[in-house]
Design a binder for this molecule. Structure first.
Ligand SMILES: Nc1ncnc2c1ncn2[C@@H]1O[C@H](COP(=O)(O)OP(=O)(O)O)[C@@H](O)[C@H]1O
Ligand SMILES: [Mg+2]
Length: 282
């Protein structure tokens, strides 16, 4: 084996997850959105959360982001039990969430967006310091942004996602949550964002990635947690799992490879029988 990056060594040696959720349940009125869900992420690990529409993915991350409190279950962060009553509490713990709408201000430039609400000021806004910090954040992500003084409206979808992710790093989080970061992107821009996710992992962050795109999940995640109808329905290490097995877990097909094969044989036999009956009827 060649040299391992420190982040990789961390990911394999750190036995305590940076974040773990145990027995999380959540109701919206009569609807039970989550039922006793367990979830965890380690430092230097990318965990994908997948599941069909309504599976509970957004609800789970909104609990982490401090948008909704859970009704039951516990959350542990850095080895301590925590409650996350508000978005500010989530950020203070060190959880950064990049929602799907990105919440960028199109008419403001990159620097202004990065430091929106956290302007560095010593009496007056320190534009120079913010600009140099903006570049260093973007360099940290190996991001390709032509200028930090252009309005965000002029950037491509991938670059906008980059700015949103860079902004999430301003508060120096230890966990970053990305909700469908490649959903609106073409192939090249998707590749750029996947690279960015790898940079986050290299820096030792725990990355939670919500995605519908199995190619992305298989390209960048270390592990995948499947939710179905608000419950855990599988937790797999990416190298150990096939595309088909992830899809089966998402759709609730309970079969494994053996029963699938038996099912196929079964069907073939029934078809044979049908053929024979057809033949007999002639
Ligand atoms: N704010 C809400 N009020 C009522 N029901 C909700 C709310 N948010 C989510 N739900 C319900 O909770 C379930 C899980 O939804 P969600 O977490 O959005 O799933 P996903 O993100 O996997 O598509 C669904 O049945 C959804 O209709
Ligand atoms: Mg959702």
């Amino acid at each position: 084996m060649t040299m391992e990056s420190p982040a990789f060594a961390d990911a394999t040696s750190a036995r305590e997850p940076v974040l773990s959720m145990r027995g999380i349940s959540k109701w919206f009125g009569a609807v039970q959105a989550l039922t006793e869900v367990d979830f965890e992420v380690f430092a230097g690990e990318v965990v994908a959360i997948v599941g069909d529409n309504g599976a509970g993915k957004s609800t789970l991350i909104k609990i982490l982001a401090g948008v909704h409190p859970q009704d039951a279950g516990t959350i542990w962060f850095d080895g301590e039990q925590v409650s996350i009553p508000s978005p500010a509490a989530s950020r203070e713990l060190g959880i950064a969430t990049v929602f799907q709408d990105l919440a960028l201000c199109d008419n403001l430039d990159v620097v202004a967006n990065l430091f929106l609400g956290r302007e560095i000021s010593h009496g007056t806004l320190d534009e120079e310091e913010m600009e140099s910090r903006a570049w260093s954040l973007l360099r940290q992500l190996s991001a390709r942004i032509p200028s930090v003084r252009v309005a965000v409206a002029t950037l491509s979808g991938g670059q906008r996602q980059t700015v949103a992710i860079a902004r999430s790093l301003v508060g120096e989080p230890s966990v970053v949550i990305l909700d469908e970061p490649t959903a609106a992107l073409g192939v090249a821009q998707t590749a750029e964002v996947l690279n960015l996710i790898e940079r986050l992992r290299e820096q030792g962050l725990g990355v939670i990635l919500i995605s519908h795109n199995m190619a992305d999940v298989q390209a960048v995640a270390d592990r995948v947690t499947v939710l179905r109808l608000g419950r855990n329905n599988g937790d797999f290490r990416i190298p150990d799992v096939s595309y088909e097995d992830i899809i089966s877990a998402i759709t609730g097909a309970t079969d494994n490879v053996v029963s699938r094969r038996a099912d196929r044989l079964d069907r073939a036999e029934r078809l044979d029988d049908a053929d024979r009956l057809d033949g007999g009827a002639l």
